[in-house]
Design a protein around this ligand. Sequence first.
Ligand SMILES: [Zn+2]
Length: 76
Amino acid sequence: MSRKEGMIYCNRCGRVICAEERQDMTSFLAVRKNWGYFSNQKDGMCYSADLCENCCDALAGEFVIAPTVEENTELV
Ligand SMILES: [Zn+2]
């Protein structure tokens, strides 16, 4: 559980990312996955996690195939 008492924590490093009320103004990776019928052992389970930007970089650095990076021209 990376969200408690109104704060969002990074699942990987444990540091505070931001207050939940500021999540729309903060850059971090929020992952939510409802595992369905075609998963191996997680049918009906929902996984969610949050990662800070540093941990996203560290995790992506472990990828055998680098993530696709494109310039986003529609910054909000
Ligand atoms: Zn982190």
